[in-house]
Design a protein around this ligand. Structure first.
Ligand code: GLP
Length: 243
């Protein structure tokens, strides 16, 4: 695990976007693993800016998103499909059929999760996965006490995550209580991972992830065992690191 401290969120976004742009140039049919949350938004703006400047072509890229809320339709403004459309897909030349987000309306959750995992494998696996991190150390929606071997599955969200994510909804009661998520096992299969975190609220999670024991209580700590994981943080998120 390599940790780099960036000047601010814009610099983090530029550094992460540069990895995706370089990969798309080197491997035009690469598979991107994408994440939601506020943290990757500057990365997606930079990726779109690179396309608009004519510096990159995403027409052969395939994407898989990490997770989706159970019960939200793709056009629900808080669904992760909607997030991806508005923050990235509609600004670049990726064909819609190449973009994959779990369906919040799946009638057979187990089949949906199994088919999703199979699709990732059939695409050759994820070349570059972007991750944020929850205040409690979750990645995607793999909450503390996560099973490190799990593949795509349904999870119940913790109170901490519901609290943290309520800012996007009209009220806390509107936040879905469950979600579909790629498992830690799915994420660890990605060939390269870039995890981003900014702000003091993430400092404890970053310390536990980087310097703490590898434990399901901090799901992100498993990344210490990933062979190619880059962590980009701002000074506030890095403030509790001792080294
Ligand atoms: C959600 C997402 C995670 C994301 C986390 C942090 O729980 N499922 O993938 O990392 O939020 O979000 P933010 O970047 O807004 O802090």
């Amino acid at each position: 695990m390599v940790v780099r401290i960036c000047k601010d969120t814009q610099a983090m976004g530029k550094a992460a976007a540069a990895l995706f742009v370089a990969l798309a140039t080197e491997k035009p049919n690469a598979v991107f693993g994408l994440a939601t949350g506020s943290t990757p938004v500057p990365t997606y703006s930079e990726m779109a800016a690179a396309y608009q400047a004519g510096a990159v072509d995403y027409s052969g890229i395939t994407t898989f998103n990490l997770d989706e809320y159970v019960g939200l339709a793709p056009d629900h403004p808080q669904s992760y499909r909607y997030f991806m459309e508005t923050n990235l897909f509609k600004h670049i030349n990726i064909p819609t059929e190449n973009t994959h987000v779990l369906s919040g309306l799946a009638t057979d959750p187990e089949a949906e999760c199994a088919a999703y995992e199979a699709m990732i494998d059939a695409a050759g696996g994820i070349d570059l996965q972007i991750l944020g991190i929850g205040n409690n150390g979750h990645i995607a929606f793999n909450e503390p006490a996560a099973d490190f071997a799990a593949v795509t599955h349904t999870v119940q969200l913790t109170e901490s995550t519901i609290e943290a994510n309520k800012r996007f909804f009209d009220s806390v009661d509107d936040v879905p209580r469950s979600a579909y998520t790629m498992g830690i096992g799915s994420i660890m299969k990605a060939k390269k991972i870039v995890l981003l975190a900014n702000g003091a609220a993430k400092a404890d999670a970053i310390k536990a992830m980087v310097e703490g024991p590898v434990t399901p209580e901090c799901p992100a700590s498993i990344l210490q065992f990933h062979p190619d994981c880059v962590v980009l943080v701002d000074e506030a998120a890095a403030s509790k690191l001792s080294k």
